[in-house]
Design a protein around this ligand. Sequence first.
Ligand SMILES: Nc1ncnc2c1ncn2[C@@H]1O[C@H](COP(=O)(O)OP(=O)(O)OP(=O)(O)O)[C@@H](O)[C@H]1O
Length: 325
Amino acid sequence: MGIEVAVEGLTKTFGRQNIWSDLTLTLPAGEISVMLGPSGTGKTVFLKSLVGLVRPERGRVLVDGVDMVGSRERDVYEARKRFGLMFQDGALFGSMPLFDNIAFPLREHTGRKESEIRRIVLERMEMVGLLGSEGKLPGEISGGMRKRAGLARALVLDPQIILIDEPDSGLDPVRTSYISQLLIDLNAQIDATMLIVTHNLDIAGTVPDNMGMLFRRGLVAFGPREVLLTSDEPVVAQFLSGRRAGPIGMAEEKDQATIDREETQGVVEQTPAGRPVMPQLEPTPGLPRRQAVRRRQERVRAMLHELPPAAQRAVVAGFAPEVSA
Ligand SMILES: Nc1ncnc2c1ncn2[C@@H]1O[C@H](COP(=O)(O)OP(=O)(O)OP(=O)(O)O)[C@@H](O)[C@H]1O
């Protein structure tokens, strides 16, 4: 099963540029979370901070007792083995066939026999629908296949936490729908904690259990998906509807004067609180149920009274019948 990732008071600066400050959130064990945010708000830097590839100046990232920010390099390196990472372009070696690309972490980090490596690689390739493409080079396959190969490689060491950076980038809407379903199916099969960084509203609307958003060097919110999906917070409503009017401008943020002018000119449409929430995807028939669903329902039920009314209604409407009874 996946394990929890607890982020406490994380602050990152590059030179004089503060990326974000005081991020605090918990990725619940085995659940799928999505981090949204306009370009340049530091979503990738956040992912890298969770695995210790970027070191924030302040705060902690606790993974089974290890602080990925403040611990010794040796301990961070060990703890990193619990993670599977899928970067935007799949980060594959161009001269290596897919089989060897996917086998790479096993050959690098384990002493497994070749026969065992073959079994694991083929099993993961089957999970992501790539069986039969073992001999292809990354340059010979489509962007969607490269992403799936990157995902298969992220899975070979049986990670408890999977971090996925923009699984939809460069994909058409149909391929993006397949990736959404694949992410849900993977979660059902391995019950890992997953964090997906994306701009894609389809993925955001149908895949995660939890959702957060980065803006203006901080976390706008993080919590059950229904909270953001029904939010009337201007930046969230603008992002989720893809409108130009609102606090997000061409270069990340508008100044207050522009926002005020839009409001007085009536450019800003009011988003009705409680707009409909798309149903979350179910695993493909024949696969196990997602174990995270029941755990999440218990967790969210306990915090229900703290949520805004529109989110409460959406949460209750989404409860599976046997648990809501
Ligand atoms: N190693 C680095 N050194 C200096 N600045 C960096 C470094 N890595 C990232 N940045 C800066 O941090 C900011 C956030 O970058 P990041 O890639 O995390 O944004 P993002 O939200 O993932 O954007 P996008 O959605 O466009 O991928 C950018 O201004 C970027 O230039």
